[in-house]
Design a protein around this ligand. Structure first.
Ligand code: TYD
Ligand code: MG
Length: 451
């Protein structure tokens, strides 16, 4: 019997080890090392293994022809944007996201809407399940083909006959190749099947969209190398209890990673949200205390986001601090700054903070809105709905400038806000603005202006 070469892979982070141990020394997870066969037969001479039918020859860079802007446009503008203007032929795109977030829905919807022929390969659902999902999506006429298969060799056999324009794989963790004796979803299978898909994409120029599961750290399950191998890594995120979903690009060999797509999950599939600011702000009849609107930026895209705070006397001994969509440590810092630098007595109070829409905001420009919402709730005085904020708070209680201020001001202006509060140190274009721009440098100043 031929000797099998095996190695141990951490199923969480993909690190390779020569021997087994209880804990992965790279990611410190327990019991994640699994032995996998990486080569069936004994190693052949490298000269024999490397012979291929077509040999690439080097070319001078000036001789290389580029087929510029030969992108395939999907009917989905948000996706096209995130990809930098459409799908590049021969590219491999990996879509990651939590279970149930809508990855299959997104790709099926795109497959059904496209004029090109798409082969949708699913290893997760049966053809009738997919048909049921498609019916919810209310597709009209589509030349999308559905295949349920997990063995790559069989998929490629089908492809030879069909010659689809685009291939969709749902998901990489269900695929396996008979080149390797490991079960689907293991690190070596994921690596090998991805390599086969990449080879197919590059040789035929057919783009491949691949769904990947993510592990509990939020990175794509399997080897990190997977993200290096593919051309584009997209992340589909959002709160499952809310309807909004964000499509973000983490890596893009053909465009910027700053673009982002926003969708709303409806009963009939995903709707593209072209003007996100309007839906993220709660419509209300009267002014309520404890809310403030921040002019934030997600990637390149301005977003007006509503911050809600509730400050009340602590009923139990220790005051509670709780947040959704914002960093708890940052809230604690802001409360400490308010206490120490501006003299507000908040130490004995419960503070709850909520970003509406189920979106997580990392943009520091939201700080000033957080401070204003907290002060508004503490004073029980509302902030007019036509005010908005964009500045960071420093440890000394100073109001700091933020990037791309002109873009934020323009968005606020476009949406009909009357006043925007920014840092005194932010430089901006003054001419022709319909919105009043108020520059502040300290928390006391903003307090005096608002209440
Ligand atoms: P799905 O695409 O199966 O998620 P993933 O592939 O990322 O695991 O999405 C499943 C969720 O989406 C499910 O909870 C129901 C919801 N959904 C809708 O709200 N509307 C729809 O039209 C569809 C098809 C799904
Ligand atoms: Mg799915």
């Amino acid at each position: 019997m031929a000797k099998h070469k095996t190695t141990f892979f951490c199923q969480n982070c993909g690190t390779q080890f020569s021997k087994w141990s209880g804990q992965c020394t790279a990611c410190h997870e327990w019991n994640t090392l699994v032995e996998e066969i990486i080569q069936k037969e004994e190693k052949r001479n490298w000269k024999q293994t490397n012979i291929s039918k077509t040999i690439n020859i080097p070319l001078a860079i000036s001789e290389i022809e580029v087929n510029k802007e030969q992108r395939i446009h999907t009917q989905n503008k948000e996706l096209d944007n995130v990809l930098g203007g459409g799908i590049v032929p021969g590219s491999v795109i990996l879509l990651g996201g939590e279970p149930g977030i809508g990855k299959s829905t997104l790709l099926l919807q795109i497959a059904l809407e496209m004029d090109q022929q798409v082969l949708y390969v699913s290893g997760e659902e049966s053809q009738s399940q997919i048909k049921m999902r498609a019916e919810r999506l209310q597709y009209k006429n589509s030349n999308c083909l559905i295949l349920t298969e997990t063995k790559t060799q069989n998929i490629f056999k089908n492809i030879e006959k069909i010659k689809p324009d685009i291939l969709v794989i749902d998901s990489i963790q269900t695929l396996y190749t008979d080149q390797i004796d490991a079960s689907p979803g293991t690190v070596s299978q994921i690596k090998e099947t991805t390599a086969e898909l990449i080879k197919f994409a590059k040789e035929t120029g057919t783009p491949v969209l691949v769904i990947g599961h993510i592990n509990k750290e939020g990175t794509i399950a399997g080897p990190k190398i997977l993200e290096h191998m593919v051309d584009v890594v997209l992340q589909f995120e959002g709160d499952r209890n809310h309807t909004y979903r964000i499509l973000r690009s983490q890596k893009n060999r053909f465009g910027s990673t700053a673009e982002l797509g926003i969708y709303e999950m409806l009963g009939s599939g995903l709707r593209e949200v072209t003007n996100p600011s309007e839906i993220l702000i709660n419509k209300k009849d009267s002014d309520l205390s404890g809310t403030a609107i921040a002019a934030t930026l997600e990637g390149m895209r301005p977003l007006m986001i509503e911050v809600q705070a509730l400050v009340s006397s602590a009923v139990y001994g220790t005051p509670q601090r709780s947040v959704t969509g914002y960093n708890l440590k940052r809230l604690n810092m802001i409360l400490a700054v308010l206490e120490k630098r501006a003299g507000f007595r908040l130490a004995a109070k419960d503070v709850f903070l909520n970003i509406t829409g189920g979106i997580h905001v990392a943009d520091p420009a939201i700080d000033l809105a957080v401070v204003s919402a907290i002060l508004s709730s503490n004073e029980d005085e509302s902030i007019p709905q036509n005010y908005t904020f964009a500045a960071e708070i420093g440890l000394a209680g100073e109001i700091r400038p933020v990037n791309k201020i002109d873009q934020r001001i323009s968005e606020a202006e476009k949406l009909g806000f009357d006043k925007i509060f920014i840092s005194k140190f932010n430089k901006f274009k003054k001419e022709g603005r319909a919105i009043e721009i108020i520059s502040v440098s300290k928390i006391e100043e903003i307090y005096a202006l608002l209440f």
